[in-house]
Write a protein that binds this ligand. Structure first.
Ligand code: BJ8
Length: 425
């Protein structure tokens, strides 16, 4: 099987040596961080399997889908509506990356002071190590933060199938009209790519499929409200990360199976950490695979993460699309309504996000919030200051951290996180 995979990666144009090196680092990190955790739910075995096959079996499935006439679409943002992609006979995969790669070459294309998430996505392209990116028939870039929208101008020279989606920056009627127009344009582009027409039936089915996936994640989030928490923040983050890669129906089933086990744990008061362990809400920039740096620090410092106010987490999954629409126009409007609620920091002003952080603190009985900002990410770093101020006014301790994907600052971060947790006890 490994030989088949190597042939598959070669055919995709990957650099096998670089790819071997990446898989070795990823495998080692996974072993050390995940497989050494204590009291893990048995159902996490599925996610371990997915991670061990993330560049193997899952890629083979995508290539089999392509051979059967389906198209693959890659995305860097939760604003790309999976409902439209599925309804037009295509599969959506996430392309955001959470590890430094080929940084020297990336810095020949992008300024050094670009956030790690953008640099990493470029590194996976220029280093030729991402089979998802190389399998994609269309890559969607979106005009969100300045870093991303300018980086896509450069990415357009590196890939031949880039589609850029414009996005509003203000939650106004004009902003909504722009989103509506852009989703209509995107639907037409995907239909052109797949030569399929979105029908009321296919769109309805897609809405139900994506909602089911989100509902399973909502169930998982809800179980984390228990004390002791039945699952670690590391494992819950992993499930949220796999959301972007896996087959939707299988993912839904696997998360629900995990939740069945967690329900029993809650009933039996079985937790990953003892009762009354300090509870942390993480808020801020998305943490893409394999970025497990912050949860590892927190959960090896005497606290547990009970929620993520993040696009790899609640911000990305929290609202369902209304399922009552019958015509294409009604369903497209329901999709616009659903996505227009995403409170990314690129919006100005953005009071919804602050309100949501406070709601999450209450709902998850968090003792404190760690605001996770990637270095050079202006939208989230700018918002971290009013977030901290508002939380402190309500007596909710907040620690703002600013970091990247390197491991150089782990010691220093751990010291700060430990001091913060001490303050919560
Ligand atoms: S909806 S959060 S997925 S844009 S970390 S690249 S913001 S400089 S990722 Fe995002 Fe869509 Fe918004 Fe969500 Fe820019 Fe910041 Fe980098 Fe970021």
């Amino acid at each position: 099987m490994t030989a088949d995979y190597r042939l598959m990666w070669t055919n995709l144009g990957l650099d096998l040596n670089a790819h071997d090196a990446l898989l070795a680092v990823l495998g080692k990190a996974y072993q050390e961080i995940y497989l050494s955790q204590k009291n893990r739910p048995d159902a996490m075995g599925y996610f371990d399997f997915v991670m061990s096959e993330v560049h193997g079996l899952r890629i083979k499935e995508l290539l089999d889908e392509k051979a059967a006439g389906r198209k693959i679409i890659g995305s860097y943002c939760v604003f790309v509506p999976e409902e439209i992609v599925l309804a037009a006979n295509a599969t959506l995969v996430g392309l955001c990356s959470g590890a430094d790669f080929a940084t020297e070459n990336v810095e020949k294309l992008l300024p050094r002071n670009t956030c790690a998430l953008i640099k990493s996505s470029f590194g996976f392209k220029v280093g030729k190590v991402c089979p998802y990116l190389e399998s994609a028939d269309m890559i969607v870039g979106e005009n969100t933060c300045d870093g991303k929208k300018k980086a896509y101008e450069t990415l357009g020279h590196l890939v031949k199938n880039l589609y850029v989606m414009d996005l509003p920056q203000v939650k106004s009627e004009q902003g909504k009209a722009l989103l509506r127009a852009e989703y209509g344009r995107f639907k037409a582009a995907v239909e052109k790519l797949t030569s399929a027409t979105v029908t009321p039936e296919s769109l309805k089915k897609a809405i139900l499929t994506v909602n089911a996936k989100r509902a399973a994640i909502h169930r998982l989030s809800s179980l984390r409200k228990a004390d002791p928490t039945p699952i670690s923040g590391l494992d819950a983050l992993l499930a949220n990360q796999v959301f972007f890669y896996d087959n939707p129906a299988r993912f839904t089933e696997s998360v629900n199976k995990l939740c069945d086990e967690l329900e029993k744990r809650v009933k039996d008061k079985t937790g990953v950490f003892p009762e009354k362990t300090p509870r942390i809400l993480v808020s801020g920039c998305p943490q893409a695979v394999p970025n497990w740096k912050l949860p590892l620090i927190v959960e090896t410092s005497g606290a547990v993460i009970v929620g993520e106010e993040s696009c790899v987490g609640e911000r990305g999954t929290r609202n369902l699309t209304d399922e009552s629409g019958e015509t294409i126009e009604e369903m497209m409007e329901d999709i616009v309504d659903r996505y227009f609620q995403v409170d990314c920091a690129i919006f100005t002003p953005n009071p919804d996000r602050l309100n949501h952080i406070e709601e999450m603190v209450k709902a998850f009985k968090a003792d404190g919030v760690i605001h996770y900002g990637l270095q050079f990410c202006q939208p989230y770093l700018m918002e971290s200051i009013p977030v901290e101020k508002a939380l402190e006014e309500k007596g909710i301790p907040c620690l703002r951290i600013e970091t990247d994907y390197s491991m150089e600052d782990v010691g220093q971060l751990k010291t700060r996180v430990e001091a913060f947790i001490e303050q919560l006890r």
